[in-house]
Design a protein around this ligand. Structure first.
Ligand SMILES: Nc1nc2c(ncn2[C@@H]2O[C@H](COP(=O)(O)OP(=O)(O)OP(=O)(O)O)[C@@H](O)[C@H]2O)c(=O)[nH]1
Length: 597
């Protein structure tokens, strides 16, 4: 396809505003995919995506469109995720695009991720086509959405904002025409040395690493000798091709094309998303600017359940290739063995990683209770050290200052929920900075500790506001805080994975609650096991996990004294045997802790 007839664009929106439905509709109208014999939402093909009904990974598909001007255009569409945890995916997709369709649900209006995605598109200097979706819905408020879009960007006043129903196809043809007319064709020079930006990748058991690329300059042909510029890893492009949305081989990719290169590389750590591919014989001078690494928000340990650490390690490396935002470092735990301490972009991301390990790699894992990171100075050292594992915080006697991450959070809500929401955020130690009205909604701006909103906050907010409130939050600063460490002993030995950091005001209640929850989930032994919670060296909570044994005194099948004595002897022998084993922590222990509000 001639370069001037190519259009590369992403569809961006808040979660559930209809991106995948629009992508399907475009594929239907351009005859890219035959939907009669297939399921809807072909792009959301991962099990986790179908289970949760959300897009987790960006997906690319090439459509051929016969435009009204008589030309055939190649429309490379990237469907992006809408959930805040997958923001990083959107950033990567936009680096491969020249324009975006900014989709707004007519029944919901402009929401937090609409604004966030609009900003990324602006920062990338992309053409933005605003589109209002779901106009077939009887609750559609098209005028309100238009007003909100004008407030977001005055330049939209000069455009005719398109009103569509992605579901029925109403006016989607106008979107296709706008893509052709407004989004520029890619500018790249075929005569320059090859520069292909790797914006994504996945691992194939037979073919090794498959790199998803946008060709910036030059040309790549099948079997070319290639090199990853930053990693300096050489390989041969065994197969190249495009997404339809399945992989379809081609002989050649040219500037502006979005496609894939099968590298044959079997070691996932040799490939980095954000790297540039060039030819080994005719190297480009400079690599394309890559991506800022994503910064993890919540941290947790991941350990193999029944399998070997080696299996976990190989599964994690392949997963990381497909999701470069996961941070991981090896970690040895006394009770769970070799594993990883990992960083995630949010709780939903953590949940998806856990499910993908099972679905995609058959890897059952134990995930420990998540936490955020903190930093501290000690009486001996005034330099701040950041920790993401609570057990790394030194003893309270040595600490000078502990700081926790504070986020700026903006909540938009209908006015009838304002009081309840303010009470909720105050309970979570939020400090109100500003309150104003914004398109019939109240906008509250807060400073709130990340640890207070990283876990269950979103669900609480949704339930209080009956699903209407939305929020967006971003890191603001570290601030000194009265943070204390809760340590938990099971059977008189401290369990590292059950160490928590929290504000002093919550510490006592939290320690009580954790210890109480553990009573029912710690696997029982033949003897009672005390579970104790400590704060700054003092026991503040205690329960005894009841023993797993028959009570010889009342047992019905041991009526004679000698039989009772024999039973007691056996129990005492078993007791000595099992006392030597370390306490095994099943997943239910960490799940129980996660449910504490
Ligand atoms: N009535 C109506 N419903 C729509 C329309 N477009 C999408 N929907 C519905 O809205 C819901 C969300 O649509 P999706 O296409 O999955 O939304 P999404 O933006 O891709 O969601 P994420 O990828 O998870 O962010 C689905 O139940 C769709 O059937 C439309 O034009 N009209």
């Amino acid at each position: 396809m001639e370069q001037k007839l190519i259009r590369n664009f992403s569809i961006v929106a808040h979660i559930d505003h209809g991106k995948s439905t629009l992508a399907d509709q475009i594929m239907k109208m351009t005859d890219t995919y035959d939907f009669r014999n297939h399921q809807e939402q072909v792009l959301d093909d991962m099990k986790v995506e179908q289970d949760h009904g959300v897009t987790v990974r960006s997906k690319t598909v090439r459509n051929i469109y016969h435009a009204k001007d008589g030309n055939q255009y190649e429309l490379n569409l990237i469907d992006t995720p809408g959930h805040v945890d997958f923001h990083y995916e959107v950033e990567k997709s936009l680096s491969a695009s020249d324009g975006v369709i900014l989709l707004v649900d007519a029944t919901k209006g402009v929401q937090a991720q609409t604004v966030a995605n609009y900003r990324i598109a602006k920062d990338n200097h992309l053409v933005i086509i605003p589109v209002i979706n779901k106009v077939d819905n009887q609750n559609a408020q098209v005028d309100m959405c238009e007003q909100q879009l004008y407030e977001l960007d005055e330049s939209f006043l000069e455009k005719d904002i398109i009103h569509i129903s992605a579901k029925t196809g109403y006016h989607v043809d106008e979107v296709l025409e706008a893509i052709v007319k407004e989004i520029p064709s890619p500018n790249g020079d075929v005569k320059q040395p090859l520069k292909a930006l790797v914006f994504d990748s996945h691992y194939d058991a037979y073919q090794g690493v498959v790199a998803y690329v946008r060709i910036i300059d030059g040309q790549v042909n099948t079997n070319d000798k290639l090199v990853f510029m930053n990693q300096n890893v050489r390989f041969e492009g065994n197969q190249i091709g495009i997404f339809n949305p399945q992989l379809v081989p081609q002989d050649q990719l040219n500037p502006g094309d979005i496609g894939y290169i099968i590298t044959g590389i079997k070691d996932p750590s040799e490939v980095r998303v954000g790297d540039t591919i060039t030819k080994s014989a005719n190297r480009a001078q400079e690599a394309v600017a890559g991506y800022q690494p994503a910064s993890a928000v919540v941290f947790a340990g991941i350990y193999p359940k029944d399998a070997d650490f080696k299996d976990l390690s190989s599964a994690m490396a392949k997963l990381k290739l497909n999701d470069s935002s996961i941070e991981m470092v090896e970690h040895v735990s006394e009770s769970l063995g070799m594993g990883y301490r990992c960083g995630f972009l949010g709780m939903f991301h953590l949940q998806i990683v856990r499910e993908r390990l099972v679905n995609d790699f058959g890897m059952e894992v134990i995930v420990t209770a998540p936490n955020v990171n903190y930093r501290y100075t000690t009486t001996k050292d005034d330099n701040f050290k950041t920790i993401n594992n609570p057990s790394d915080l030194p003893d309270f006697a040595d600490l000078k200052v502990v700081e926790e991450p504070i986020n700026q959070m903006i909540i938009e809500t209908p006015s009838d929920s304002v009081n309840d929401i303010m009470a909720l955020v105050t309970k979570h130690r939020g400090v109100l900075l500003n309150m104003d009205n914004h398109n019939q909604m109240v906008r509250l701006t807060y400073h709130v500790p990340l640890a207070e909103i990283a876990f269950n906050f979103f669900n609480q907010l949704k339930s209080i506001s009956h699903g209407f409130a939305t929020y967006d939050s971003s890191f603001d600063s570290y601030q000194p805080s009265d943070i204390v460490k809760i340590t938990i002993d099971v059977n008189y030995s401290s369990v590292e994975e059950l160490t928590f950091l929290t504000h002093r005001q919550n510490a006592f209640d939290l320690a009580q609650e954790i210890v109480h929850q553990l009573k029912y989930v710690i696997p029982r032994r033949l003897y009672p096991m005390p579970v104790q919670g400590y704060i700054e060296g003092r026991v503040v909570a205690r329960v005894d996990v009841p023993p797993l044994r028959k009570n010889a005194a009342v047992s019905e099948d041991a009526k004679s004294v000698s039989k009772k004595q024999a039973l007691l002897r056996r129990q005492s022998l078993n007791k000595r045997k099992s006392a030597a084993d370390a306490v095994q922590l099943p997943q239910s222990v960490f799940d129980a802790i996660l449910n504490i509000e």
